[in-house]
Design a protein around this ligand. Structure first.
Ligand code: SF4
Ligand code: ZN
Length: 726
């Protein structure tokens, strides 16, 4: 590291540590030493400190220890004319900076200015971290760009952001240049910020940079099986697995240098647009540490080159940008050119299998006018009719392909995909229309993506788009009949009617002993892999994560154990898990990785089960929040009394059938009740239970186990008269 930078970084670190000491003193004066300090809804405490030192900071009192440590790591401020012998000093200063900044941001949550304000999001909670962090593991997102400062003008900011989005990178934003921030530049141009668009505004102060780096640390803990305190492995994981870099825009002051030095510890280089001393190869980072004076039209490419990112972009021939970052983009009514489907306009999207001689690959036909002939702001009739053929194609794969349309066309900037089947309401933006986007491009996208991702089963794809109302209605008859047939076929399937279950080992990348066993009546616990999906995925990729499991001889039909399943499990869990009961959460329950949509927990006093879903962040009657539960249930262990599962499973005939089934459900968050209410009511009817949905308590009627019991007595919940659970 050049001596000038090292000196600046060390000076910056001293300043930040002093600021943190002052803030901590103020906070203690107002709140007392015992006041809890935390980033909201996380099991990782102050995550950089926790992952580097293993110390769980819980109270303001604990912060003193941390600042003492930080001070101990600070090298003396060097005189300008002294050489610093090695990079180590600046790296220590960088780490001290990050510790101090976490303390400072933690204090801000207590006495303000609150980190979540206006466009600023503050720390990511564990829900977001699991949801988004997994994308860094499975490669959907190669990494992130931490943008510090601001571009010279808003248009340049938008250009840089769009370029990063197209490369599938997350853009984390913090700090400002003379009071202007990159995030504000984007909003001034109407760009949508948030986790969904991968443009994440953390905070306007330089100290908010810790949210980017802390996110990287947590990913290593959660997905890399790195232990808290094992700083070496944590940093190595980040260097090797998370492709991140700092993009410093505008003047780089001492405090920004200090943060850049912090990032170098992770192997994240800094790319700057201004003239700052460069630090060329190499040491901690894979490539250069600091590269300066890069013009804005080359800065994204340069950053990617320096960090050594390999990005594969499949170019689809449409006039708007395309990639996963655009999937989360919503199009508001004011920004919409037209809506496909919606009030008064019939619409559908439908995939149907054909014989190979019946269709022509790549043929895209419009029946009715394209967009330019419709009036702005209206809802237009739209039928997206997709015919596919392939030697390995099966009728059962139709709904699976159909479900991909959401992602495939949603990833085009300017198209907002909502709904499915005959309930579509997609929007085309004015901006997209102006850029030349037309409905026939929907056909282009579907053709390209079906081939790219489903080439193993699909040889030919032909797309017809209907916008003529009479024609759409005519087609709807056929489409409705097909949907009805499909539903019957799936409902007719149960665990007894098949000989094969399917495995899913996708999550072994971070929970090496976990395996989902997927049956027709129990989908994968993340909710995104059904038995049919497993079957299709095996056909598409016979060496992939979903393998057929021969059930074999029955051990116990009631709890759902088979010899074949147990054997498969043992062999595919690194010999760690011997038995699984598909239908019990008490005897040999299935393991959980971390992506469960819901967790069910035994409530002994109530003789029942509570079920909480991921979006519910409040306390639950079992005394733990979802995030805490997830931390103890996940990771590939069997935890009797706890079970991670999909939402779909709640309404299944097999839902904890060995433990008494759905009648045991005594508490759920209101939101979840609403979402899966129709399943529950249907199943309750089969069981002859009256008004069952209303007998399940929720947070509006009970927040503790005692209150749940009181509610059960009041409504005469059936679990009260069932055999004891334990
Ligand atoms: Fe597969 Fe289960 Fe992970 Fe879902 S949770 S991806 S089904 S292993
Ligand atoms: Zn998982």
């Amino acid at each position: 590291m050049s001596k000038i930078i090292a000196a600046a970084a060390i000076r910056g670190a001293h300043k930040i540590v002093q600021k943190a000491e002052k803030k901590l003193a103020e906070t203690v004066a107002q709140k007392g030493r015992d006041c809890p300090v935390e980033f909201p809804n996380t099991g990782y405490y102050l995550p950089i400190i926790y992952s580097m030192t293993g110390i769980p900071v819980k109270t303001l009192g604990d912060c003193f220890k941390i600042l003492e440590m930080a001070k101990g790591m600070l090298p003396p401020v060097p005189e300008e004319r002294h050489w610093l012998p090695y990079l180590g000093h600046a790296l220590d200063a960088g780490m001290a900076t990050l510790f101090a900044e976490e303390v400072l941001e933690g204090c801000k949550y207590l006495i303000g200015p609150h980190p979540v304000e206006g466009i600023w999001l503050g720390a990511a909670d564990d829900v977001i971290m699991r949801e988004r962090g997994i994308e860094f593991v499975d490669g959907t997102a190669p990494g992130f760009a931490a943008i510090v400062g601001a571009a010279p003008d808003a248009d340049t900011a938008v250009k840089i952001a769009r370029e990063l989005q197209q490369k599938n990178l997350y853009v984390f934003m913090s700090a400002n240049t003379h009071g202007v921030s990159f995030a504000e530049q984007l909003t001034s141009k109407g760009v949508q910020l948030g986790w969904k668009t991968r443009l994440v505004p953390f905070g306007k102060d330089i100290t908010a940079t810790v949210y980017s780096l802390g996110f990287a640390n947590r990913a290593a803990l959660a997905f890399g099986a790195v232990k808290p305190g094992d700083f070496r492995r944590n940093l190595l994981y980040n260097k090797n697995r998370i492709f991140a870099f700092v993009m410093a825009l505008g003047e780089v002051d001492d405090e920004k240098y200090a943060n850049a030095a912090g990032a170098i510890n992770y192997g994240f280089p800094t790319i700057a647009d201004t003239d700052i001393p460069e630090i060329l190869p190499t040491g901690v980072c894979t490539y250069e540490h600091v590269v300066s004076q890069i013009p804005h039209d080359r800065i994204v490419d340069k950053a990617i080159e320096v960090r050594g990112l390999k990005i594969s972009i499949h170019k689809i021939d449409i006039p708007v940008p395309y990639g996963p970052a655009f999937e989360g983009e919503r199009i508001r009514k004011e920004d919409m050119y037209v809506e496909l489907g919606g009030p008064g306009a019939p619409g559908f999207e439908f995939v149907v299998m054909k014989d190979t001689h019946e269709i022509t690959d790549g043929k895209i036909t419009m029946v009715g006018p394209d967009l330019e002939e419709f009036k702005e702001g209206t809802a237009i009739p739209a039928g997206i009719y997709i015919e596919v053929a392939g030697r390995k194609m099966q009728k059962d794969f139709e709904p699976i392909l159909e479900r991909q349309i959401h992602r495939f066309i949603g990833e085009a900037q300017g198209i907002f995909h909502m709904g499915q089947r005959d309930q579509i309401r997609h929007r085309i933006s004015k901006e997209g229309f102006k850029a030349g986007l037309r409905l026939r491009h929907v056909g282009t996208i579907i053709h390209a993506k079906f081939h790219e991702e489903y080439g193993a089963i699909v040889d030919k794809v032909q797309v017809t788009i209907y916008t003529n109302k009479a024609e759409v209605e005519k087609r709807l008859g056929e489409v409705h009949r097909a949907f009805a047939e499909r539903d019957e076929r799936i409902l007719g399937m149960n665990d007894e009617s098949v000989n094969l279950f399917y495995s899913c080992t996708l999550c072994q990348s971070f929970a090496p002993t976990h395996l989902c066993v997927i049956s027709p009546e129990r989908s994968g616990l993340c909710g995104s892999v059904s038995w049919l999906d497993g079957k299709a995925s095996f056909e598409i990729n016979p060496r992939g994560p979903n393998q057929p499991i021969e059930k074999g001889k029955v051990i116990d039909e009631n709890i759902g154990q088979w010899e074949g399943v147990n054997r498969f499990l043992l062999e595919n869990s690194r010999h760690k898990v011997e038995r699984v009961s598909m239908y019990s959460m008490i005897a040999d329950p299935m393991t959980s990785c971390g992506c469960f949509e819901c967790i069910s927990v035994l409530l002994p006093m109530c003789n029942g089960i509570m079920t909480v879903h991921r979006d519910f962040t409040e306390m639950t009657p079992c005394g733990m929040k979802f995030s805490t539960l997830a931390g103890s249930v996940g990771g590939g262990l069997q935890c009797p009394g706890f079970s991670g599962h999909s939402k779909f499973f709640i309404g299944s005939r097999k839902f904890m059938a060995a433990d008494g089934g759905m009648q045991r459900l005594v508490w759920m968050p209101k939101e979840l009740k609403e979402e899966v209410g129709h399943f529950i009511e249907k199943r309750a009817k089969e069981l002859g239970l009256e008004d069952f949905l209303n007998k399940i308590a929720d947070e509006t009627t009970a927040t503790t186990e005692e209150e749940v019991l009181a509610y059960m007595q009041q409504v005469n919940h059936p679990a009260l008269s069932m055999a004891p659970l334990i």
